[in-house]
Design a protein around this ligand. Structure first.
Ligand code: DQA
Length: 147
């Protein structure tokens, strides 16, 4: 089972960016923990990070025939991007939407997500653990679908 993990804009700055909200872990450290976690679940993960909406859309299009599912933290594009929503929907891939912070506890503009409606589930507010929970949820979802 192959899962693509997509990190949206500014997530390359993890560890440096507003650590009171997003924590001290770097993206590299997070990806390495996720790789180990996936292996323990007999899954494989690949990572993609971009600050550009179009590049994220292209990565989702390219994932169609290569991956079984997508974990995505769309960053600020969560709240603005019809293009990312459309790409996820047309890929037909099951999606787990994850957020490090609890977006519902923050500014009102973060309460709206264009991605939640095309996702199997959403995890928000558990720090970088949100990625682990989202990955686990998606793998369990895919396994229960095939069995
Ligand atoms: C975020 C929440 C978004 O509102 C914000 O723009 C981000 C990160 C999160 O992981 O908590 O860039 O997706």
């Amino acid at each position: 089972m192959k899962i693509l993990i997509i990190h949206g804009p500014n997530l390359n700055m993890l560890g440096k960016r507003e650590p009171d909200i997003y924590g001290a872990m770097t993206l590299e450290e997070l990806n390495s923990l996720l790789t180990k976690e996936a292996r323990a679940m007999h899954a494989q993960v690949e990572f993609f990070q971009s600050n550009s909406e179009g590049e994220i859309v292209s990565a989702i299009q390219d994932a169609m025939d290569k991956f079984d599912g997508v974990v995505i933290n769309p960053g600020a594009y969560t709240h603005t991007s019809v293009a990312i929503r459309d790409a996820l929907l047309s890929s037909g891939l099951p999606v787990a939407e994850v957020h490090i912070s609890n977006v519902f506890k923050r500014e009102e503009f973060r309460h709206k997500s264009f991605v939640s409606g095309v996702s199997v589930g959403v995890v928000s507010g558990f720090g970088t653990d949100s990625y682990h929970l989202g990955l686990r949820g998606l793998v369990n979802y895919l396994q229960s679908r095939v069995s």
